[in-house]
Design a protein around this ligand. Sequence first.
Ligand SMILES: *[C@@H]1O[C@H](CO)[C@@H](O)[C@H](O)[C@H]1NC(C)=O
Ligand SMILES: *[C@@H]1O[C@H](CO)[C@@H](O)[C@H](O)[C@H]1NC(C)=O
Ligand SMILES: *[C@@H]1O[C@H](CO)[C@@H](O)[C@H](O)[C@H]1NC(C)=O
Ligand SMILES: *[C@@H]1O[C@H](CO)[C@@H](O)[C@H](O)[C@H]1NC(C)=O
Ligand SMILES: *[C@@H]1O[C@H](CO)[C@@H](O)[C@H](O)[C@H]1NC(C)=O
Length: 438
Amino acid sequence: MKIHLKKRNIQICSLIVLMFMLVILMNHSHTEEDDLVDNMRFADVKVTPVETNEYLNVVDYDYVDNFQSLLKNSREIVHNTAHGKCKERRSFVFIKTMKCGTQTLVNMFRRFVYLRHLNFMLPRLDKIYLGWPYTINEHDFRPSKKQFDGLLEHSVYNRTVMKKFIRKDAAYITIIREPFSHFKSSFNYFNVGNISLVQESDHISGYLQNLDKYETFYKSPEGARLRYCIPDGFSVTKNLLSNCLGMPLGFPPGRENIEADDTLIREYIKQLDADFDLVMIMEYFHESLILLKRIMCWSFEDLLYQTSNVGTYKSKNASTSVKNLNIYKKWSQADYILYNYFNATFWKKISNEGKDFHEEVTEFSDVQAKVTSFCQTNGTKEALVINAARFTDEFVVHKDFCIMQQVDLSVYLKTRYERIEGWKEDEEYTKKYPLKTC
Ligand SMILES: *[C@@H]1O[C@H](CO)[C@@H](O)[C@H](O)[C@H]1NC(C)=O
Ligand SMILES: *[C@@H]1O[C@H](CO)[C@@H](O)[C@H](O)[C@H]1NC(C)=O
Ligand SMILES: *[C@@H]1O[C@H](CO)[C@@H](O)[C@H](O)[C@H]1NC(C)=O
Ligand SMILES: *[C@@H]1O[C@H](CO)[C@@H](O)[C@H](O)[C@H]1NC(C)=O
Ligand SMILES: *[C@@H]1O[C@H](CO)[C@@H](O)[C@H](O)[C@H]1NC(C)=O
């Protein structure tokens, strides 16, 4: 009996250790997310990842306010712009669509939230999603005594929940991408070819030309042991953008599915257009940032980014044959309607911005390139001065800023949350509101 018990304990312990290791592995693979640059027009923003992560060793994750000198404590920031003065907006909801260069944006947004002490929804425990790919519900985030200023972690848009818990003046923002290039990127990231056991040597063509067979297997319980964080029945190749934006597409099983109904799809998109202040387009990344800047009254400093996880993979080059394209257009019809709709409104917005819009894009690209280069060099210079120009006041970039671009600020935000809210999830809470996803 005793021996039996001991054996059991050992088994349980090994299981826990194994699960722990798995979680670490998975988290690691997730930092590899997103490949922003493929398809980007700006050659100068292609960043070679820093070879060493020596900065990371310097950062003490337990000390929350490592970046004291960079914190922006003033209650209100007013910027002078080419179009007059404006007050910085701080409240926003960012819907992080999968595989649209969003990790780069999330890092930028997290920095903004961190530096201003904003109260944003955070995933529970060590999770990374706010319920994704399920529509966010009231228990998918850590509770707060105050109203939330916003949300930026992975979640599926749900107007009801977001309007209820987040400030009314929040801006709603998301980003989308040309659907076929999005498909190739997702196909690679979610390892669809291997998990679906695609036989053909050209995985993309094989998959697209035998969709029923391979998609069914990928989504099945048999495919589950190879998938990471994707529940049974959820498609990572079909209308993934629309799914992230909350369109009812039959997931979870039992939910309404409007994928075959053009009219309903267009109605849903119209509603999104009314709800969202900005839908960025990945192919026009800097234009998207400048639109964001103008809508939010932010500064160039707020927009600076470091590209994360630029993917190079075989399927990136894959045959974009007319045959494949046509199959995919049918398969992901909602995403095509969505993309074409918002690509059109995007350019309409830009044309309403006036002639100096493009000048601002150029000026920002120049500043971004300078900062990228500064952060990559290990030189003696401790600071980079960005001179005042038509669209920016003077500001200084310190090495601390470069360091901050490399750390995972979600850890800081969670630590700060625990200190401020004095709330930590216990077993009882977890049992009461079980976690569905990663
Ligand atoms: C959105 O959230 C509300 C409130 O929790 C919930 O009743 C509704 O079912 C959610 N929508 C979806 C599509 O899950
Ligand atoms: C898919 O499987 C092939 C052959 O086993 C392997 O070489 C490749 O690395 C796998 N790809 C991924 C993304 O795991
Ligand atoms: C991708 O295509 C380019 C030319 O179009 C070629 O030079 C390159 O070798 C290809 N890469 C892969 C991984 O097939
Ligand atoms: C987006 O819209 C612009 C302007 O109408 C157009 O030139 C471009 O081809 C569109 N992009 C895609 C990928 O459809
Ligand atoms: C950067 O500087 C540090 C210390 O000043 C040095 O240890 C490191 O080797 C340098 N790295 C590169 C890539 O030059």
